[in-house]
Design a protein around this ligand. Structure first.
Ligand code: SAM
Length: 315
């Protein structure tokens, strides 16, 4: 298929995210035995970046845990714009492996991820079951409980078809992950996607982590940095939004509860021990820079169904 230069730049954001995660893992911020298969050892990132990634991964994890606590493992996770995320493998090593895990990204990304999985026994063995079969074809992977599928999230019909091919079930409690993904979609495309997903899953938790408040001066700098890499500018209509406006947007798209916090609030809500440990790992000279970065990323949690109504930062 044909990719635009902008799509190429979007795809490259995954390489960047994966390298940053590997760097932070090697510095000891959190444990991930699998990230090393997906990224080369890059140069050491700035402490603010490592700290930011730690908060991002911890925040996602906190709500993934709350979701699993409420519905147990008879549920499904759908990872939108999954990139090289390793959550599937990390959950497999706990008692919390879920019934079905579906990952969607551009075919250029899923075929690379497929290739890496195929080449590394440590990854593949968590997918193969003794009697189960793994089907690898056309840059996609189908196994019992794991599906990695190429698709363009801007095309609702394609998303619908791929979710069906991955065995998504409307009746199962569903966790939708969108970690630094929706910001790369035009707002009308992101809205259409979220509206459709909200309608398809009556018991659902959606976690969105991405930039916010991009209309102010620091936000303008962040927008320029994206533009310099050839990534399409985040649409002002959505990414100028402050976190409460982002929550309101998700309510309007069919979720029945939504909350959002900037990452400064999320950071302060993390357990004291975790924060102290992270703070000991690296000296931070640029406190003001970290604060600004944290104010320009938000975590939004939107839910449908009474089961998930009480998800919260301090739950
Ligand atoms: N969620 C992963 C993480 O946080 O590590 C990857 C984040 S990366 C910054 C953004 C990902 O979204 C890329 O892998 C990119 O290919 C994917 N993406 C962006 N727009 C997409 C679209 N229209 N269809 C499918 N994937 C898309």
């Amino acid at each position: 298929s044909v990719w635009s230069a902008e799509d190429e730049a979007i795809i490259a954001t995954n390489t960047d995210a994966t390298e940053c995660k590997r760097c932070a893992v090697e510095l000891g911020y959190w444990k991930d035995e699998y990230i090393c298969y997906f990224a080369k050892r890059g140069e050491r990132k700035a402490p603010e970046i490592n700290r930011g990634y730690y908060a991002r991964v911890r925040a996602m994890e906190m709500f993934i845990h709350q979701f699993l606590e409420r519905c147990g493992t008879k549920c499904q996770i759908i990872n939108l714009g999954c990139g090289f995320d390793t959550l599937y493998w990390r959950l497999k090593d706990t008692t919390q492996a879920v019934s079905n895990f579906i990952e969607l990204d551009f075919p250029a990304v899923t075929s690379k991820k497929c290739h890496i999985i195929k080449r590394n026994k440590q990854l593949l063995e968590k997918i193969c079951k003794e009697d189960g079969e793994v089907a690898l074809r056309g840059g996609e992977l189908h196994a019992d409980g794991y599906h990695l599928l190429g698709c363009d999230l801007r095309c609702p019909g394609e998303v619908r078809r791929k979710l069906a091919a991955g065995g998504a079930a409307g009746a199962l409690p569903t966790l939708l992950l969108a970690e630094c993904v929706l910001v790369y979609l035009r707002p009308d495309a992101a809205d259409a996607l979220l509206r459709e997903l909200a309608a398809a899953f009556p018991r659902v938790v959606l976690l969105v982590y991405e930039q916010c408040n991009l209309a102010d001066r620091f936000g303008a700098v962040m927008r320029d940095q994206l533009a310099a890499r050839g990534v399409p500018a985040p649409a002002p209509a959505t990414h100028a939004l402050a976190p409460p406006q982002q929550a309101a947007r998700l309510l309007a798209l069919g979720f029945d509860a939504a909350r959002a916090w900037d990452m400064d609030a999320v950071w302060r809500a993390l357990p004291e021990d975790d924060r102290a440990r992270a703070e000991r790992l690296e000296m931070l000279d640029e406190r003001e820079l970290l604060l600004q970065l944290n104010r320009h990323y938000a975590l939004t949690v939107a839910t449908r169904g009474a089961l998930f109504a009480d998800l919260d930062l301090n739950a």
